[in-house]
Design a protein around this ligand. Structure first.
Ligand code: GDP
Ligand code: GDP
Length: 433
C-alpha cells in the first residue's frame, strides 16, 4: 500500500515538469516490463525507500489554450478527495495570480496536507521573490526548480514523512477492487453479490484512512471488496470525464491484489477502460475483465468471440486475461466472475521452485540464447522467482546490459507457456552474476 501525491496548480507553472522529475528514476525500472505503455500523468516514485504514486492532475484536463477556472476547481477538489498529500505548485516568474489565490482558498477549506512549492526558482537570486507566497498561509513552503532539480530533495524528505504507513490491521484474504467507468455497473455488481445482508457483510473500517474493506465470506468464498461503500455512497456525476474515473480508481487499484475491471458492453472497451486496464497492469495486479450488461445484447454464436478478440487487441501484449460475460442486473455469471478472480489471485501468489524453473528454462535458453551484441557472448547461468508479492523472475548472466526487451519478452513468454499465469502481470529482471 503506497501513498498518493497529487500535483495541482494553474496551467504552465511546471506541473508536468515536476511530475517527470519525480517519476524518472522509478519509471525506468517499472517500464522494463514488456510493452506497458506509460501513462504520462500517473506514475510511481520513491524517496529514501518510501514508494508513492504521483498524479499530475493538470494532465487530465482538456488540452486547450484557455482552461477554465471551473476545470481547475474540479481538478483541485478531486485531488483533495483522492490524494494523501497535495503539492500546490506556483510560478515565481509570474508571481502570485488570482487563480493561485482561489486554489489556495479551496485547499485551506479542506484539511488535506499541502506543500506549497514555488517553482522556477532556478537560481538563488530568485529565492527572495518566492517569499511573497508566504501570504497564502501555508506552513510548508519550498522553493525549487523542477527543470534543474534544485530544492526537490528538501521537500521530498518531509513529504515521505507525511505519507500513510503500511496498514497492518488488514487481513490476509484476497482483496478485490471493482473498477470501471461511471455507470459501468460497479455498484450493481457489488449489490448483486452482497445485497444488504448483514450476516454476510461486515464492514471493517480497517485503515487509518477512509477506505473501507467489505469482507465476503459465503458459499466457500472468502475475500474482501475494496472501497465498496465508497462506490455505493458516491454521488452520481453527470460528467463522464476520464479524470474522474481514473482518479477514483487509483486508490482502490493500489490497495487491491486483483482487479475486476467492469465495462458496459454497449459502450465498448474504449480508451478509458483501456486506461483503467493499464493502471491495474502497471500496478501488477491480477486482472479479470467483466463484460457487463450482457442481458442487453442481441447476440449470436459469434458475438462473444468477437468481443474477446477485440479485448485481446486492446490489452496486447497480454493474451490471456480472463474475460467473463455477466449481467449485474440478472446476476448471470456473477459467481463465475468471483471464482475466476480467486483463481487469478492464486496464480498471482504462485511460487515456482528454483530447481524446477532452472530445469525447464536453462535448456530452452541454451537452444535460443540471447543474441550476441558487439561480438560479446551473453551467458545466462541461472534464474529464480523472487520472494515478492507478485511474480517476478530474475535471470543472472555475465553481461546484463546486452539483454534487450525482445529477449526478455521471450523469457516471459516461455514462463507463461509452461505455467499458467493467465490474468497476472509478471516482471522479468536481468541481473549480473
Ligand atoms: P504545467 O502546465 O503546469 O504542466 O507546466 P509544464 O510542466 O508544461 O511547464 C510549463 C513551462 O514552464 C515549460 O516551458 C517548462 O519548461 C517550464 N518550466 C517548468 N519548470 C521550470 C523550472 O523549474 N524553471 C524554469 N525556468 N522553467 C520551468
Ligand atoms: P456504477 O456507476 O459503475 O456503479 O454503475 P451502476 O451499478 O450504478 O449502474 C449504472 C446503470 O446501469 C444503472 O441504471 C444500472 O441499473 C444499469 N446496469 C448495471 N448493470 C446492468 C446489467 O447487467 N444490465 C442492465 N441492463 N443494466 C445494468
Amino acid at each position: 500500500m503506497s501513498g498518493i501525491v497529487a500535483i495541482v496548480g494553474r496551467p504552465n507553472v511546471g506541473k508536468s515538469t515536476l511530475f517527470n522529475r519525480l517519476i524518472q528514476r522509478k519509471e525506468a525500472i517499472v517500464d522494463e516490463v514488456s510493452g506497458v505503455t506509460r501513462d504520462r500523468h500517473y506514475g510511481k516514485s520513491d524517496w529514501n525507500g518510501v514508494e508513492f504514486s504521483v498524479i499530475d492532475t493538470g494532465g487530465y484536463l482538456p488540452v486547450s489554450d484557455d482552461v477554465f477556472q471551473k476545470e481547475i476547481d474540479k481538478q483541485v477538489l478531486l485531488a483533495i478527495d483522492e490524494a494523501d498529500v497535495i503539492l500546490f505548485l506556483v510560478d515565481v516568474k509570474d508571481g502570485m495570480t488570482g487563480v493561485d489565490q482561489s486554489i489556495s482558498d479551496m485547499l485551506h477549506k479542506s484539511s488535506k496536507k499541502t506543500f506549497l512549492l514555488v517553482n522556477k526558482v532556478d537560481n538563488s537570486k530568485l529565492i527572495e521573490d518566492s517569499t511573497e507566497f508566504y501570504s497564502l498561509g501555508f506552513k510548508d513552503l519550498f522553493s525549487l526548480s523542477s527543470i534543474n532539480g534544485s530544492g526537490t530533495g528538501e521537500f521530498l524528505d518531509l513529504l515521505v514523512e507525511q505519507l500513510p504507513k503500511e496498514d497492518l490491521a488488514v487481513s490476509d484474504v484476497p482483496k478485490f477492487a471493482v473498477v470501471g467507468r461511471p455507470n459501468a455497473g460497479k455498484s450493481s455488481f457489488i449489490n448483486s453479490l452482497i445485497g444488504e445482508d448483514r450476516f454476510i457483510v461486515t464492514d471493517v473500517a480497517g485503515t487509518t484512512r477512509d477506505s473501507l474493506y467489505t469482507r465476503y465470506n459465503q458459499f466457500g468464498f472468502d475475500f474482501e471488496l475494496i472501497d465498496t461503500a465508497g462506490i455505493r455512497r458516491k454521488t452520481k456525476v453527470s460528467e463522464d470525464i476520464e479524470f474522474y474515473s481514473i482518479l477514483r480508481s487509483i486508490r482502490s487499484i493500489e490497495n487491491s491484489d486483483t482487479c475486476l475491471i467492469i465495462y458496459d458492453v454497449e459502450r465498448g472497451f474504449d480508451s478509458q477502460v483501456q486506461n483503467i486496464f493499464w493502471l491495474a497492469a502497471k500496478n501488477k495486479k491480477g486482472i479479470v475483465i467483466l463484460v457487463n450488461k450482457w442481458d442487453t445484447m442481441s447476440k449470436d454464436h459469434t458475438t462473444s468471440k468477437q468481443i474477446e478478440e477485440e479485448i485481446m487487441t486492446k490489452t496486447s501484449p497480454f493474451i490471456d486475461i480472463p474475460i467473463v460475460f455477466i449481467s449485474a442486473l440478472t446476476k448471470q455469471r456473477i459467481f463465475d466472475a468471483i471464482k475466476i478472480a480467486m483463481e487469478v489471485n492464486e496464480r498471482r501468489n504462485h511460487k515456482i521452485p528454483t530447481k524446477k524453473l532452472n530445469d525447464l528454462l536453462l535448456p530452452i535458453i541454451e537452444q535460443k540464447p540471447p543474441p550476441s551484441t558487439k561480438g560479446k557472448y551473453v551467458k545466462i547461468k541461472f534464474c529464480r522467482q523472487l520472494p515478492t508479492k507478485y511474480p517476478q523472475f530474475a535471470f543472472y548472466c555475465n553481461l546484463p546490459q546486452y539483454i534487450k526487451d525482445p529477449y526478455k519478452r521471450f523469457l516471459e513468454n516461455q514462463i507463461r507457456k509452461h505455467y499458467n499465469f493467465a490474468g497476472v502481470p509478471i516482471d522479468v529482471f536481468i541481473r549480473k552474476k
